[in-house]
Design a binder for this molecule. Structure first.
Ligand code: SF4
Length: 332
């Protein structure tokens, strides 16, 4: 029998948690919380989701993207097309060696693409968050004739894109968006936690400006410094991932932060030999840069003043309380 469903996308961040708390306070019927697990979350976020489920009594469904099919397709492509294109056999063999699903959605996505996402090619939000939610939760419910109210924890003061969103709109096919905290400021979000007796994700009290991927490809300089000091294992993991994705790359280079946009004093890293790219733009170099003050050689934030909305869609899929950055190495 068809019915109305209220679905809250939770990330473990404060805004989506506050949205869930509003839905609980309003006694939304058929309430379901859904978490799209990117595989690049901090352990404390997984623990927080367990806590949130237990303290609210609302089950949190976990969904995950699976790129096994795409990786198998990429293997076939490499075996034929790369060889036809004259890509060195050592590069072909290196890529084939790592083109195996690991079960970690973030890493598998990057292995499939042969690169990490970047601000200009931010495929992570859609591939890791939007699509699994749609395919595994939203579409099956709609196909069964249900109506869905999708509760989104976005706030107007987060970005220009979000400033002009309506509080409620109809997508079509029985799907509606509802943004109950659109006009809220940050203190109101934390007040909702206090009022409902729910603790915020502890990562906020550990120097993190946002909760979601750790790190996010758009993380702030100061946040990267905090991550490296408090959670060095996270940097070690990204370092390992860089080596794997580098191997899957046709160009032999893949860095977590720089994407294809990073530059250094002589221009874009795009045309540089792979070894040089890895030397100047790896996660380890980004961490070094994050610890620099003004003066001397330093990296700078290319887009600190740009619209913060580029990270996440307007649907609140990524908690985006940050200023997006790309790394540019420049002489001070
Ligand atoms: S934009 Fe950041 S938080 Fe969102 S999926 Fe990409 S890396 Fe993760």
């Amino acid at each position: 029998m068809s019915s109305n469903h209220n679905i809250v996308s939770v990330s473990g961040g404060k805004d989506s948690t506050a949205t869930l708390l509003v839905a609980i306070a309003l006694e939304a019927p058929n309430l379901q919380a859904v978490f799209a697990d990117t595989g690049n979350e901090h352990e404390q976020t997984y623990e927080y989701l367990d806590y949130l489920q237990q303290v609210t009594g609302v089950p949190i469904r976990r969904v995950k993207a699976d790129f096994s099919r795409q990786i198998a397709g990429k293997r076939r492509f490499i075996e034929t097309k790369w060889r036809e294109q004259g890509i060195p056999e050592s590069t072909v063999l290196a890529a084939l060696e790592v083109l195996q699903p690991t079960g970690n959605p973030f890493l598998d996505l990057c292995i499939w693409k042969g690169r990490f996402p970047s601000r200009k090619a931010q495929f992570c939000t859609m591939e890791l968050k939007r699509d699994p939610m749609l395919e595994q939760v939203v579409i099956p419910l709609l196909d069964s004739g249900n109506m869905i109210m999708s509760w989104q924890g976005v706030r107007a003061d987060e970005s220009i894109n979000r400033r002009h969103l309506p509080e409620c709109d109809e997508v079509g096919g029985g799907l509606f968006n509802y943004r109950p905290i659109l006009k809220w400021d940050v203190p109101a979000v934390f007040e909702a936690h206090r009022y409902m007796g729910v603790k915020p994700n502890p990562l906020y009290s550990q120097g993190m400006g946002r909760v979601g991927c750790m790190p996010c490809i758009n993380c702030r300089k100061d946040e990267l410094r905090e991550i490296s000091m408090r959670f060095p294992d996270v940097i070690d993991r990204i370092d390992r991932w860089e080596r794997v994705v580098q191997q899957a790359s046709k160009y032999g280079a893949a860095t977590f932060f720089a994407g294809s946009n990073a530059k250094h004093p002589s221009g874009s890293i795009k045309g540089l030999p792979a070894i040089e790219v890895m030397e100047i733009a790896s996660i380890r170099k980004a961490v070094e840069w994050s610890k620099t003050a003004r003066g001397g050689i330093q990296y700078d934030l290319l887009s600190a003043a740009q619209d913060a909305s580029a990270c996440s869609s307007a649907y609140g899929l990524c908690d985006s309380e940050w200023q997006p950055v790309n790394m540019i190495e420049s002489a001070a």
